[in-house]
Design a protein around this ligand. Structure first.
Ligand SMILES: [Zn+2]
Length: 289
């Protein structure tokens, strides 16, 4: 098995399946695809994936339990589905995608990120946000429609920026949240607000969390982060002021770190796991790429 770490720089960073968006609109085609002998379904819900022996369980669709059928797409000659249920762990093992992700194949990582993001969205959007009526699932699990007012609701993705900021001495700005294990530092991050660009969100979050003014900001990479419905958008940026004051709420401490200091923290496991984009941003800076 080719694992995520062998293929991708970090988890959830490269689609490995074709999403088949056109097929979602065709009920006859969907029935054929569900009935195909090679079709497989994962059982997901409540933030977890049904597993067997620590691996995601892909059932022949004929053996799948009752639940909301979500078409994920095509890969490796099969069509892949998710069945959304209230409790995938009922009479079975189940694990969160976060627990599973470091050990998944790149294909399963791709499929289960879509499955988990959609299942998380369905769970908290049973009713119409406009009129309050119960909504119906449509388009193979990718849309909800309101029978009362006709509103169409699309899956939600919440963008967050995550950034590695450097100073004029080539040090990196890392901070720690009060909730983290002692000694753990990471890149700063925060949600994008309505009406602002991604670059402005980077500058605002860094200002709020550390009082540092950031000038130039450049896009680096992005990562699907379906916990529950996020999208991490990675940037590198240059500070133009250097004196740190933390807000004490989101951030209890922030510091400028030299490469040597970050190397020591890496070996002490005091930075995020290698499946995260923050770890990739830190490593990319550390190795000078
Ligand atoms: Zn409605």
């Amino acid at each position: 098995v080719t694992q995520v770490r062998d293929v991708l720089p970090f988890a959830f960073s490269l689609a490995q399946h074709e999403r088949m968006a056109v097929a979602r609109l065709d009920p006859d085609r969907l029935a054929d695809l569900w009935g195909a002998a090679s079709s497989r379904a994962a059982v997901v819900g409540d933030g977890r994936v049904r597993t067997r022996d620590g691996e995601p369980l892909w059932l022949p669709t004929g053996d799948a339990p009752e639940g909301e059928r979500v078409l994920l797409g095509r890969a490796d000659g099969s069509v892949w589905w998710a069945v959304v249920v209230d409790d995938p762990g009922q009479d079975h093992q189940a694990q969160t995608l976060r627990e599973l992700a470091p050990y998944l194949s790149a294909r399963d990582c791709s499929l289960l990120a879509e499955a988990t993001g959609l299942a998380n969205w369905h769970r908290v959007h049973p009713r119409c946000a406009r009129c309050g009526e119960s909504t119906d699932v449509a388009e193979a699990g990718h849309v909800r429609r309101c029978p009362a007012c006709g509103a169409t609701h699309f899956p939600r993705t919440d963008p967050a920026v995550i950034m590695l900021i450097t100073d004029d001495q080539d040090r990196a700005l890392l901070g720690r949240s009060p909730a983290w294990p002692p000694g753990r530092f990471s890149t700063l991050a925060g949600f994008v607000e309505p009406g602002e660009t991604l670059e402005d969100a980077v500058r605002r979050e860094v200002m709020e969390e550390s009082s540092i003014v950031v000038g130039e900001v450049n896009y680096a990479a992005s990562q699907a982060w379906p916990f529950p419905t996020g999208m991490m958008i990675g940037f590198v940026g240059r500070a133009v002021t250097f004196d740190i004051t933390v807000d004490g709420l989101e951030m209890e401490q922030a510091k400028w770190f030299t490469r040597d200091e970050v190397s020591v923290m890496l070996s002490a496991n005091s930075v995020p796991s290698t499946m995260s984009i923050s770890s990739w941003l830190i490593n990319t800076w550390l190795t000078g790429h």
